[in-house]
Write a protein that binds this ligand. Sequence first.
Ligand code: PLP
Length: 393
Amino acid sequence: MSSQLDPVTQAIRIQSEKTQHREHSTPLFITSSFTFEDAESMRAAFAGESDDNIYTRFSNPNVDEFIAKMCALEGAEAGFATSSGMAAIFGSFFALLQQGDHLICCSSVFGSTYTIVTKYLQRYGIEHTLVPANDDAAWEAAVKPNTKMVYLETPTNPQLEVLDLEWAGKFSKKHNLILNVDNCFATPLLQRPIEYGADLVVHSATKWIDGQGRVLGGIVLGRADLINEIYLFCRNTGPSLAPFNAWVLSKSLETLDVRMTRHCENALAVAKAVQGNSAVAWVKYPLLEGHPQFEIAKKQMKMGGGVFCLELKGGVEAGRKFLDALDLLTVTANLGDSRSIASHPASTTHSKLSSNEQLAVGITPGLIRISCGLEKADDLIADITQALAKSAS
Ligand SMILES: *Cc1c(COP(=O)(O)O)cnc(C)c1O
């Protein structure tokens, strides 16, 4: 595929080699292993002298097609696809860090990422410092002689803080650190961290990339030398993406551009419509004026993403009432679906934290996260508005 083509076109057109049936759409390669004509070709494959497929834990045509499309979209040299977003994040840490190394990690990262960093890396002698988003001095102060990697997520889930990628790229370069960015919320259609100096980009493909809430998947993309380390680690430890999931995700990439545009338009329209509602204390969306990092978001994001947050004046009780009053939006623990989803972190994902701990990570009692789907914005606004009225009664 010509790299002259726009990445969006490449994500639609890249395709594994056709079989003798000359199919238009890529078939499913449901096979655990691949055959060889003779002993010599098998030897060469194992020696790394050919790129023949050997075993689906290492590579598979469906998985490779998904990786090639994602490389085009992110502008990455190489990638490795995993069974979930967490497997990609876990692989990127454990393949590249070792005992005695130090990681600088933004304090507002996805919950399971936080657990890997604070519980498991720790257990294997890998140190970390958690730093608040956008506190430049704290990031500088966190650098130690053994610091090897910087990890962040932007926009963050669910607080929607935006971190300055240009700043992070310069910071990592200055201190010679690997910059690893979770780009799940923005997708490469809205923001390409590698252009700002990120060495690695990780995704939960489960979210916008699938886009219909069907499969789990993940991917890590970036510098070829680092991806090769991660590939070797994962090919031996086994968190590889299943061919069926890769097939679904590769098909999904054909529509990612049009979907993200609609998700973002809906999120902006709905966020604007509920701003000023008497039940709502505030609304937060990266490209809505009044967002604390509005200027940074404008600089690095093409659109604001499909998620916005609002704070109910009535706190935890209002949050529960709001969810109960929704007719159209789904109450479920996912985001990035064609169907809009509402969640209340204080009573669900973050309920194990004390209220002080919740506040420390930006989870306010009446925080509602809305993942805008592809429905008509007016229908979303009508449902959310009636549920807001009921949440306040
Ligand atoms: C969901 C999510 C993950 C984890 O992805 P899984 O596919 O569920 O393992 C990581 N980072 C962010 C920002 C997420 O939203």
